[in-house]
Design a protein around this ligand. Sequence first.
Ligand code: AP5
Length: 224
Amino acid sequence: MSELNLVILGPPGAGKGTQAERLVEDFDLPYYATGHILRAAVKERSELGQKAQEYMERGDLVPDELIVEVIRQRVDGPEAADGFVLDGFPRKVTQADVLAEVLDGLGRRLSAAMLIDTPDEEALRRLSGRRVCADDDHLYHVEFDPPREEGKCDQDGSALIQRDDDKPETVKRRLAVYHEETTPLIDYYGERGLLRRFDGSRHPKEVSDHVRATLATLRLEDEL
Ligand code: AP5
């Protein structure tokens, strides 16, 4: 079967992580989310985490040199040989160029850049109600996707917490950074024929049905 090398793009709160969880299950692909990787590094107080923390708390992007090597190693590793899902990388054109160069060096190419889009007001509403499990970043929403037992993760029983960068002021900064630094990637991937758009303001199941159908078509086209 042909490989699926996928990037998920979109503003904070669009549902990238929510869709990635489903995608990874459906297509059995390794999942690399730079936000998860960086938050784990902050928690461990590793050198990467200590350097990244102040940028993340402000809602700014961490410098390229902190994240590019991490992704280069993942994509080049044996686990990703049959494909991968990248969530949160690339986030600017310099990072997209690095990804293209890494794949080129491996004789591979990106299958699609999937843009999950949603208006800023909806993103603010979602992020203020988001809760994540303290152990593994499993996702919930107090209104749209509550856990069975309040404050407890359905999957591993750990406590549900609010992310530090989900405070409204930090979310506004993250949205501004997205519009400034990440939206040029829409044209970047559009010009290369790789962009696929999804309406992230629809119900999560409708979005995942659309994603699934799009990827099934991509695979078929690739095999023809
Ligand atoms: P990261 O963790 O990647 O954050 P983000 O891109 O801002 O994305 P979010 O995780 O906030 O949102 P999401 O789209 O995944 O939404 P979710 O599915 O959770 O990055 C954090 C920080 O790390 C950055 O600010 C930066 O500092 C740094 N960083 C990361 N990558 C970097 C890079 N490449 N370069 C430099 N710096 C980097 O959904 C949100 C909520 O809505 C949930 O509660 C969910 O249950 C709910 N929901 C989801 N879908 C729906 C729906 N369809 N309807 C109703 N509710 C929904």
